[in-house]
Design a protein around this ligand. Sequence first.
Ligand code: PDD
Length: 281
Amino acid sequence: RIAYVNGRYVPHADAAVHIEDRGYQFADGVYEVCEVRDGALIDEERHLARLWRSLRELAIRAPMGEAALKLVLRETIRRNRVRDGIVYLQVTRGVARRDHYFPAPDTAPALVVTARSIDRAKVNAAAEAGVKVITTPENRWPRVDIKTIGLLPNVLVKQQAKEAGAREAWYVDADGRVTEGGSTNAWIVTGEGVIVTRPAESGILRGVTRATVLEAAQKLQMRVEERAFTVEEAKAAKEAFNTAATAIVTPVVAIDGSPVGDGRPGPVALELRRRFHEFAA
Ligand code: PDD
């Protein structure tokens, strides 16, 4: 495998960044994860728009222009011969002597890109079996709209989920409403067949997959409501599912041990999963 590190393509095993990289010391950086399907990046424009926004919000300089970055993404995919897989990109504020204040303005931001293949059949089989989620109190900072590499709360709840035999943890706010998963956006389908997901700009990451699924559902004449839902409503829902670039649409079959619907992946989630790529760019 080959990784892109600050201007060079290097063997993955030798790919390294400086110990004084601000990403390493302060989690002072942002990232994106994109799906690669049949060699193409899925929803690239939306991912790059969000990357640019994350950088702007943290006043981190872009490491290069958009056209150049697209070339690096393609070249990393090509060099790793990825047909189906994942591209990861990370930008940090760069390398400087450890000091909380921003470093000198001429400090170059650091860019790392990796790509790896996934076994699509295996991923599909696992996703179509459905996953279990647990719920856990929201404990993240309020700026979860920025896709930062500061993921310690997410790491802890994902591990908590794994130890409970679940795949994902749904964060729940002080009002008992689900915000999102540790690495996914959360959705339900009500008894009336309405697809519900929490509004963007309300304590969630504005998921790229979420945006595409919303458009897909509307185009498929499904009923959609952007509003918060409680854990109780989710447990009583007909279906639930998660979305992310790494998960596309993954049915949720249990919440805190209670089965959702009949405890099997629901038809709405499965249809959205099956048809997602007709609507992705
Ligand atoms: N996670 N919410 C959180 C907290 C996330 O970390 C992610 C993505 C999403 C879904 O966003 P999108 O549809 O744009 O992938 C929602 C990535 C995949 C990760 O951290 O691996």
